[in-house]
Design a protein around this ligand. Structure first.
Ligand SMILES: [Zn+2]
Ligand SMILES: [Zn+2]
Length: 140
Protein backbone atom coordinates (compact mmCIF):
# COMPACT_ATOMS: atom_id res chain seq x y z
CA UNK A 1 0.00 0.00 0.00
CA UNK A 2 1.35 3.37 -0.89
CA UNK A 3 0.15 6.82 -1.71
CA UNK A 4 -0.34 7.79 -5.38
CA UNK A 5 2.80 8.99 -7.08
CA UNK A 6 2.81 12.70 -7.89
CA UNK A 7 3.01 13.88 -11.49
CA UNK A 8 6.34 14.83 -13.02
CA UNK A 9 5.34 18.47 -13.43
CA UNK A 10 4.53 18.74 -9.69
CA UNK A 11 7.90 17.20 -8.81
CA UNK A 12 9.73 19.46 -11.24
CA UNK A 13 8.01 22.57 -9.84
CA UNK A 14 8.70 21.56 -6.21
CA UNK A 15 12.42 20.94 -6.89
CA UNK A 16 12.86 24.14 -8.88
CA UNK A 17 10.93 25.98 -6.16
CA UNK A 18 13.77 25.36 -3.69
CA UNK A 19 16.42 26.44 -6.19
CA UNK A 20 17.64 23.00 -7.31
CA UNK A 21 17.94 21.69 -10.82
CA UNK A 22 15.13 19.20 -11.52
CA UNK A 23 17.29 16.27 -12.64
CA UNK A 24 15.69 12.91 -13.46
CA UNK A 25 17.34 11.35 -10.38
CA UNK A 26 15.99 13.99 -7.98
CA UNK A 27 12.50 13.71 -9.47
CA UNK A 28 12.47 9.91 -9.14
CA UNK A 29 13.82 10.03 -5.56
CA UNK A 30 11.34 12.71 -4.45
CA UNK A 31 8.47 10.86 -6.13
CA UNK A 32 9.30 7.63 -4.33
CA UNK A 33 9.69 9.27 -0.92
CA UNK A 34 6.38 11.11 -1.41
CA UNK A 35 4.63 7.88 -2.37
CA UNK A 36 6.18 5.84 0.45
CA UNK A 37 3.95 4.70 3.28
CA UNK A 38 6.40 5.90 5.96
CA UNK A 39 9.92 7.25 6.42
CA UNK A 40 12.47 5.37 4.27
CA UNK A 41 16.18 4.75 4.66
CA UNK A 42 18.72 5.17 1.88
CA UNK A 43 19.17 1.39 1.68
CA UNK A 44 15.43 0.76 1.26
CA UNK A 45 15.14 3.40 -1.41
CA UNK A 46 18.27 2.27 -3.26
CA UNK A 47 16.83 -1.27 -3.39
CA UNK A 48 13.60 0.05 -4.92
CA UNK A 49 15.48 2.20 -7.43
CA UNK A 50 17.75 -0.51 -8.74
CA UNK A 51 18.33 1.38 -12.02
CA UNK A 52 20.14 4.15 -10.12
CA UNK A 53 23.59 4.13 -8.60
CA UNK A 54 23.37 3.95 -4.75
CA UNK A 55 25.67 6.92 -4.28
CA UNK A 56 23.50 9.00 -6.63
CA UNK A 57 20.36 8.09 -4.66
CA UNK A 58 22.14 9.13 -1.46
CA UNK A 59 23.32 12.43 -2.90
CA UNK A 60 19.83 13.20 -4.20
CA UNK A 61 18.27 12.43 -0.80
CA UNK A 62 20.72 14.79 0.90
CA UNK A 63 20.17 17.53 -1.71
CA UNK A 64 16.39 17.30 -1.32
CA UNK A 65 16.71 17.32 2.49
CA UNK A 66 19.04 20.33 2.44
CA UNK A 67 16.60 22.04 0.07
CA UNK A 68 13.79 21.53 2.57
CA UNK A 69 11.66 19.12 0.53
CA UNK A 70 12.49 16.13 2.74
CA UNK A 71 12.87 15.82 6.49
CA UNK A 72 15.81 13.75 7.66
CA UNK A 73 16.09 12.17 11.10
CA UNK A 74 18.24 9.54 12.75
CA UNK A 75 16.81 6.21 13.93
CA UNK A 76 19.44 3.95 15.52
CA UNK A 77 22.22 5.67 13.54
CA UNK A 78 20.47 5.30 10.19
CA UNK A 79 19.04 8.35 8.42
CA UNK A 80 15.35 8.13 7.57
CA UNK A 81 13.80 10.46 5.03
CA UNK A 82 10.20 11.56 4.62
CA UNK A 83 8.56 14.09 2.37
CA UNK A 84 7.33 17.32 3.89
CA UNK A 85 3.93 18.38 2.69
CA UNK A 86 4.38 21.19 0.23
CA UNK A 87 2.44 23.44 2.62
CA UNK A 88 4.53 25.96 4.58
CA UNK A 89 4.85 25.39 8.31
CA UNK A 90 4.29 21.60 8.18
CA UNK A 91 4.53 20.75 11.91
CA UNK A 92 6.88 18.08 13.23
CA UNK A 93 5.27 14.84 14.30
CA UNK A 94 6.66 12.03 16.46
CA UNK A 95 7.59 8.58 15.18
CA UNK A 96 6.99 5.09 16.49
CA UNK A 97 9.92 2.69 16.10
CA UNK A 98 9.33 -1.07 16.42
CA UNK A 99 12.04 -2.58 18.61
CA UNK A 100 11.47 -5.92 16.92
CA UNK A 101 11.36 -5.34 13.12
CA UNK A 102 12.68 -1.76 13.00
CA UNK A 103 9.62 -0.44 11.15
CA UNK A 104 9.19 3.34 11.57
CA UNK A 105 5.69 4.82 11.55
CA UNK A 106 4.51 8.43 11.61
CA UNK A 107 2.33 9.45 14.55
CA UNK A 108 -0.09 12.39 14.79
CA UNK A 109 1.28 15.80 15.74
CA UNK A 110 1.49 16.34 19.48
CA UNK A 111 0.83 19.77 20.92
CA UNK A 112 2.73 21.43 23.73
CA UNK A 113 1.45 24.20 25.90
CA UNK A 114 3.81 26.97 24.82
CA UNK A 115 2.88 28.99 27.92
CA UNK A 116 4.36 26.28 30.15
CA UNK A 117 7.74 27.61 31.31
CA UNK A 118 9.13 24.09 31.75
CA UNK A 119 9.06 23.55 27.97
CA UNK A 120 12.47 24.42 26.40
CA UNK A 121 12.50 26.88 23.50
CA UNK A 122 13.66 24.16 21.08
CA UNK A 123 10.48 22.19 21.82
CA UNK A 124 8.27 25.20 21.23
CA UNK A 125 10.15 25.88 17.98
CA UNK A 126 9.75 22.21 17.05
CA UNK A 127 13.52 21.73 16.64
CA UNK A 128 13.24 18.26 18.08
CA UNK A 129 12.76 14.64 17.09
CA UNK A 130 10.37 12.58 19.18
CA UNK A 131 10.67 8.81 18.87
CA UNK A 132 8.59 6.29 20.78
CA UNK A 133 9.67 2.69 21.02
CA UNK A 134 7.64 -0.44 21.37
CA UNK A 135 6.45 -3.49 19.46
CA UNK A 136 4.39 -2.78 16.33
CA UNK A 137 1.02 -4.41 15.64
CA UNK A 138 2.53 -6.83 13.09
CA UNK A 139 5.12 -8.11 15.61
CA UNK A 140 2.82 -8.49 18.63
ZN1 LIG B 1 7.53 -4.73 14.20
ZN1 LIG C 1 6.87 10.91 9.84
Amino acid sequence: MSRPEPHDDELRAAIRGVGLRATRGRMVVLGHVLAAEGPVSHAELADRLSGFDRATVYRNLMDLADGGLLRRFDVDHVWRFEALSLEPGDPRHPHFVCTDCGQVECLPVMGFDVADRRVPAAVVAQQIDVQMRGVCDACR
